[in-house]
Design a protein around this ligand. Sequence first.
Ligand code: HEM
Length: 499
Amino acid sequence: MVTLDCSLLDPTTWLVGGVLSLSALWWLSTRRPSGLPPGPGLALPVIGHLHLLSSDLRAAFRTWRRQYGDVFSLYMGGRLVVVLNGLPVIKEALVKMADVFSNRPHMFIMVRITNLKGLVSSSGALWKEQRKTALEILRDFGMGKNVLAEKIQEEVTHYIRAVEDHHGAPVDLSTLTQISVSNNICSIIFGKRFDYDDPTFIGYMRMLEENMKAIGASAIINYMPILEHLPGDLFKVKLVVSRAMKFYDFVRQQISEHRKDRSQHTEKTDFIHAYLTQGEQLAQSNVENTLDNENLQNSISDLFVAGTETTSTAIRWTLLFFLHYPKVQDKCFQEISDVIGSGRAPSMQDRPKLQYLEATIMEVLRRADIVPTAVPHGLAHDVMFRGYVIPKDAIVLPYLDSVLNDPEVWGDPDNFRPERFMGPDGKVTKPEEFIPFGIGRRVCLGESLARMELFLYLATLIQRFRFLPPGQEPLPSLEGIMGFTISPAPFKVRAIPRY
Ligand code: HEM
C-alpha cells in the first residue's frame, strides 16, 4: 500500500522546495546558451552577474574585454547584456548593420516614464519621424548657425556676470552652470529663458539633478523588475518616476500655454510652435503621423534632459582639469589673448583661430568620457554578429569608453594632453576614434549645439577668469562618479577676474 509521506506537507519543505525550483528556473534562464558571446562565469540565480559589478562598471568591463574579447556578454539580473568594445566592432554594429542595431531596448524604468515615445527611448518608424522632425526644427532655429550662436552669447553674458558676483571666493559652479546651459535649450523649446534665481525653475533643476543621481540606484529594477513589488521604495524607483512625472506636468503646462495662443502664433517662434504647426499641416493633408501631444511632451523633455546635464558636466570637467593641469589653462588663455584680446567677447568666427582651445575641448570630451556606455541600444530582430548569436531582447551597450580611453589607440589615455589632437601644422586633427557623441543613426542629436555651447562658454570663461583651487587642500579627484553621466564629484574653484 502506498503511504503519503507527511513531510511533503511540511511548510518548511514546501518553502525550501519552492526556493530551489525558482532558483533552478532562474539558473536555466540565465545560463548562457551556446552561441552567445562569451563572458564571466556562471550567472547566479536572480542576480546574474550583478554581484561582480560595482556602481562604476569601468573596471569590470576593461577586465572582461581583456579576458573575453571585443564582444562579451553578461547577465544583469535575468537580462542578457552584450557589450561592444573598440571602434571596429562598434562601427560594424551601429553603422554597417544600422538596420538591426538602431532600436532602443524595452527597459522597465524607460517604459514607465516615457511609454517608449519621444526621441531617446523610441524605436522604428515612430523614432524616425520624431528624430527627423526635431532635427528639421532645430536646424530651422539655427543649430550650428549664427542666429543660435548669438542667443548663446547672450546667455553666456548673464552667466559671466553671475560668476563675477562671487568676487573670486571659492564656489561650486554646478547649479549655476546647469541653469545657464539649460536656458539655451529653453530658449529653443519654450521660446524663453529663466532667471537664475527663479525658485520654480531652480526647483525643477534640482529635481532633475537628484533624479540623475538616483537613477543609478534604480537601474537594478531594469534588470529585476520583480523588485518593484517590494514594500517601500528601497531602489527609489517610485521617487524617480514621480519626479519625472512632475517634470512632464511642467512641460505640459508650457505646451498648453502655447496651444492657447496658437491663433496669434502661426509663425514658428520656438520648438513647440514649430512642432504644433507641422502636426497641423500633416493632419490637414490627411497624412498619418505621430506628431501628437505625448510625443511632443517626451521629445521636449528628452532635449531638455539630454541637452542640460551633458554639456554642463563637460564645462565642470574642464574647470577641474584646469585645476590639475594649470599649464593647459595658461596656454588656452594665451591663445585667446593673442587672437581676441580683452576688448570683446569671443564669437563663433574666432573658432577656426583658437585651435588649442578646440583641442582642449576635444581632450575634455575624450578623457572625461561623459556618456561611457552611450544610451543602451536594442535590436530589430535576432542577429548573427561576429560569429555570435545575439537575441532580439538583449540590451546592447556600445561601450564608448573602450574607444575613448583605449591605451592601444591613445598610448597614454589617462593623461590630459590636448596636444594629442594637434597636427604638426598646429591645426586640430580628429581621429576616427574620437566618438564622445556616439556613431551611427542614433548619434547624439545635439552634437553641434553642444560643440557651439562648449566653445562659447569656455572661450569666454577663460578670457575673463583664471581658475584656481580654493586653498592648499588636495585637489578634487579626477575619478568621476558614474550615474546617467560620469560627472566630477562636487568641487569648488576660485574664479579670479583677469581684468
Ligand atoms: C557634451 C555634450 C553631449 C554629449 C557628450 C552627448 C553624448 C550623447 C551620446 C553618447 C548619445 C547616445 C548615442 C547612442 O545612443 O548611440 C546621445 C544621444 C542623444 N543626445 Fe547627446 N550629448 C551631448 C549633448 C547633447 C545636447 C546639447 C542635446 C540637445 C539638443 C543632446 C541630445 C541628444 C538626444 C536627443 C539623444 C538621443 C538621440 C536618439 O536616440 O536618436 N545631446 N548624446
